[in-house]
Design a protein around this ligand. Structure first.
Ligand code: COA
Ligand code: AMP
Ligand code: ZN
Length: 432
């Protein structure tokens, strides 16, 4: 039931004592990072400032902007020759973010991921298939290393090629799968088209779903369709990737591994802690990271800590489903997109005006993004020119945001005007 019994079943007092010690050593280690050294010296903070866990609040937050400003290696707390991997976010218009890993970081990440998998019943005799993108998406290699650490037979199928994914599941007897919720639904639809009944023809039994917000209803629907138990999986590249928090067999909140992270929930406006159980922005401090420790990182994810003890015997706090974001990041098909990335590309075209609207839709099984953008002047009689312009813009956007949007050029003045701040994004997908 427990892969790391001692760590997983620590009492609250034991967790606090463990965290206090690790926090002090993390702050000491942060002094090797040019970024943190400067910041902590400015604020006259050091490991000596930490007498109890509450003293963490004296430290400033770390933000995505800090990551961008120190791109690519300005936050590293070890020399580059100690790093063996980096993961970087998309984005060519602004500075992307870079997360560095030492060998120990990768090992610790694999341990955390294997712990999550073991918790929900994955075992070495299972066949594990991963439908995440590999490469820079941490859901690829993160899940892969965890599954290998556990000793499962792994099928690193990667994203897309749905028919081939299904053939793999059938031929290799896949029992455990990682897929984002919207793609799990797509898999089922294509199975139906192929005449495959997952309950009859496949051996699937455990599904890890995450990377995008989804409701409990959506989870139940996926479980019914595929005949599996589905467990919510939370992670983010800044904290390594998947393996930060994961549902236990109780399926009632995700245990955040408190031997790896200190979690705080704050009001995103006042930046003060919210009372226990209330929704706010999650802030995380790493306790084991070598290459890039993070102190009070503002995740921008909105959630709350579930009150009470979990019957599974783990005292690590439980996070409720993510309720959205405190910034304007969009998650589509498991890919993170900021509207500014889109805007910066659109504004390069002299043929376009400055009004645009991004609409996210879920039609049957496909999530999609439509970008309507106003032309500067009317080209309606020049259909060929409009078509080639649409093609160019689509291609450039796909390079930037990694998913393919539907681009519609519309006449000037035809998009709805809003009072005050323009509404740029309409999300018609139902996720809560
Ligand atoms: N995971 C796996 N496959 C996905 C997917 C996802 N999140 N989203 C879409 N796909 C599949 C589609 O079903 C399609 O395959 P099919 O036609 O054989 O069914 C194929 O990928 C291309 O998708 P499409 O929507 O036509 O293309 P796009 O250009 O808009 O998107 C992707 C490109 C799929 C490559 C991009 O969305 C992607 O890489 N998504 C995966 C992100 C990921 O792994 N995130 C995990 C983070 S932990
Ligand atoms: P990335 O850094 O690409 O792995 O993306 C991390 C972001 O994906 C998080 O900050 C969340 O916004 C989102 N995310 C990851 N897991 C989940 C989940 N289980 N539910 C909802 N959103 C998630
Ligand atoms: Zn539990």
């Amino acid at each position: 039931m427990y892969l790391h019994k001692e760590l997983e079943t620590m009492s609250r007092d034991e967790i606090n004592a463990y965290q206090l010690e690790k926090l002090k050593s993390t702050i000491t280690h942060c002094m090797n990072s040019p970024f943190y050294k400067k910041r902590f010296n400015q604020e006259k903070l050091s490991a000596d400032s930490i007498k109890s866990l509450d003293d963490l609040r004296r430290f400033p937050f770390t933000t995505k902007e800090d990551l961008r400003a120190t791109y690519p290696f300005g936050m590293a707390a070890v020399p580059l020759e100690k790093c063996i991997r980096l993961h970087s976010s998309s984005g060519t218009t602004g500075n992307p973010t870079v997360i560095l890993h030492t060998r120990n970081d990768i090992e610790a990440w694999a341990d955390a991921m294997a712990r999550c998998m073991y918790m929900v019943g994955m075992r070495p005799n299972d066949v594990f298939q991963n439908s995440s993108g590999y490469g820079m998406f941490t859901g690829g290699l993160g899940m892969q290393y965890g599954a290998e650490r556990l000793g499962m037979l792994t099928v690193p199928a990667g994203a897309g090629n749905t028919k081939r994914q299904i053939k793999f599941m059938k031929d290799f007897g896949t029992t455990c799968l990682h897929a984002i919720p919207s793609y799990a639904s797509r898999l089922y639809e294509v199975m139906k088209e192929e005449g495959i009944d997952p309950r009859r023809d496949l051996k699937l039994r455990v599904l890890a779903i995450g990377a995008e917000p989804h409701s409990d209803e959506q989870r139940h629907r996926i479980e019914d369709m595929l005949g599996v138990k589905a467990y919510n999986s939370f992670g983010m590249s800044e904290m390594c990737g998947p393996g930060v928090a994961f549902e236990c067999p109780e399926q009632n909140g995700m245990h955040i591994w408190e031997d790896y992270y200190i979690v705080e929930i704050i009001d995103p406006v006042t930046l003060e802690p919210v009372p226990d159980g209330e929704i706010g922005e999650m802030v995380l401090t790493t306790l084991k990271r070598e290459a890039m420790p993070m102190i009070r990182y503002r995740t921008r994810d909105l959630t709350r800590i579930l009150p009470g003890e979990c019957p599974c015997g783990r005292h690590h706090k439980r996070l409720a489903r993510m309720q959205g974001r405190s910034d304007d990041m969009i998650i589509l098909k498991g890919v993170n997109i900021f509207p500014i990335q889109i805007e910066q590309i659109l504004m390069r075209y002299k043929e376009l005006g400055s009004d645009y609207l991004i609409t996210l839709n879920r039609e049957d099984i496909n999530d999609s993004m439509t970008i309507e953008v106003e032309l500067n002047q009317l080209f309606t009689d020049d259909y060929g020119r409009l078509q080639s312009l649409t093609r160019d813009i689509t291609r450039e956007l796909k390079d930037e945001i990694l998913v393919t949007p539907y681009v519609k050029l519309v006449s000037k003045g035809s998009l709805p005007r809003t009072e005050g701040k323009a509404k740029r994004v309409v999300d018609n997908r139902i996720t809560h």
